[in-house]
Design a protein around this ligand. Structure first.
Ligand code: PMP
Length: 360
């Protein structure tokens, strides 16, 4: 293991931070990498940007929006929730109204809620935030590295993600990118951040030093995980973000064609389907046992996650380092498992996906 002051680790960490700017599509924002999972990033956002009694509007499209509400409320922050039915996102005018009446300091939104596979209209929400003069925070745990997200162009103040999803590195790192406005908000807080470890004022000079080629210390970085992240970011930047987004769109389209051929319905409204995962309803006769049956075919899919309807759907992740081979293998396993449960539509999911993959 390298020491965190070792010149070769300094070079690695510096490179990670500058490549993060490519992934987050930003020149002006400041990247941070902390040891911890995506939830740490959510807590870092809440504890650095706000003080008790601030008001924050939360756009809730599933379990992870609800988690953000929980995190904010634990810190004494007032929350105005804007919710929607499972599979939907709240209309922009409802969000606009909440911002107009709520005396809010910020708005948070989950880019892709992993519990529902809903892709929220982040760009339009960030634009509303700008218009109301409030900070915008995007939970991009299930989107960054796959879905389009242009931090500078879209004017987003804080974007957070984790290492283990579309970034395709091992779990254990929380990645954040803060606009100059967000950094200024933290610098000019009335009270210090309550948590020592999470205080970005402490981490800022460390991130700046590593990117400038010098070691610095606040708390020990997760050296091994940062090296893994470096390997992932190298692959990501080599592929290029435009190509990466297109690859995820093509794969998602192939999965969608398969769901139609297999006569399966998705949880999200069709305009809101994420490109990083699918949430698919069990057809009649099929029970949650399907997930174990698919696993027995050698493919890992997940059960439902939303407390309102978790036993009525399953989830298929399709993000990160995957291509046509994984798409066809996955759909093939699902198709065989469905047929074993007596769900046997006339058309083949594999054939439908193959057609999309051939034509696109
Ligand atoms: N937000 C979203 C959208 C997520 O999907 C997850 C994890 N599934 C989290 C936050 C929390 O991340 P972690 O599990 O890494 O703490």
């Amino acid at each position: 293991m390298l020491g965190h002051g070792d010149p070769s680790f300094v070079a690695i960490f510096g490179r990670v931070l500058s490549r993060m700017r490519e992934v987050f599509r930003t020149k002006s924002a400041q990247p941070f990498v902390l040891a911890g999972s995506g939830t740490l990033g959510m807590e870092v956002a809440a504890s650095n940007l706000f003080e008790p009694n601030d008001t924050v509007v939360v756009v809730e499209t599933g379990v992870f929006g609800a988690r953000m509400v929980n995190i904010l409320e634990r810190q004494g922050i007032r929350v105005v929730r804007v919710t929607a039915e499972v599979g939907d996102a709240p209309p922009l005018d409802a969000i606009d109204k909440a911002l107009a009446t709520g005396n809010a300091r910020a708005i948070t939104v989950t880019h892709v809620d992993t519990s529902t596979a809903v892709l929220a209209p982040v760009r339009a929400i960030a634009e509303l935030a700008r218009r109301h003069g409030v900070l915008s925070i995007v939970d991009g745990v299930c989107s960054i590295g796959a879905e389009a997200m242009h931090q500078d162009e879209w004017g987003i103040d804080l974007v957070l993600t984790a290492s283990q999803k579309a970034i395709a590195a091992p779990p254990g790192l929380s990645l954040l990118s803060l606009s100059p406005r967000a950094i200024e908000a933290i610098r000019t807080r009335k009270s210090p951040v309550r948590s020592y470890y999470m205080d970005l004022n402490g981490w800022l000079p460390v991130m700046q030093a590593y990117e400038a080629g010098k070691p610095a210390y606040y708390a020990t970085p997760a050296v091994g995980l940062v090296r893994s992240l470096d390997a992932s970011l190298e692959r990501i930047t080599k592929e290029g973000m435009d190509a990466r987004e297109k690859r995820h769109e093509r794969i998602a389209e192939a999965f969608r064609a398969a769901w139609r051929a297999l006569e399966l319905e998705e949880i999200p409204r069709s305009e809101l389907c994420a490109h990083t995962l699918s949430a698919v309803r069990y057809p009649e006769k099929v029970t949650p046992e399907l997930v174990a049956r698919i696993r027995a075919e050698g493919v890992a899919v997940a059960t439902g996650l939303h407390p309102q309807n978790r036993d009525s759907y399953f989830r298929v992740g399709h993000m990160g380092e995957i291509g046509s081979a994984e798409v066809l293998t996955t759909i093939g396993a699902i198709e065989r498992a469905l047929r074993a449960f007596g769900h046997a539509p006339a058309t083949s999911g594999v054939a439908a996906a193959q057609q999309v993959l051939t034509e696109r």
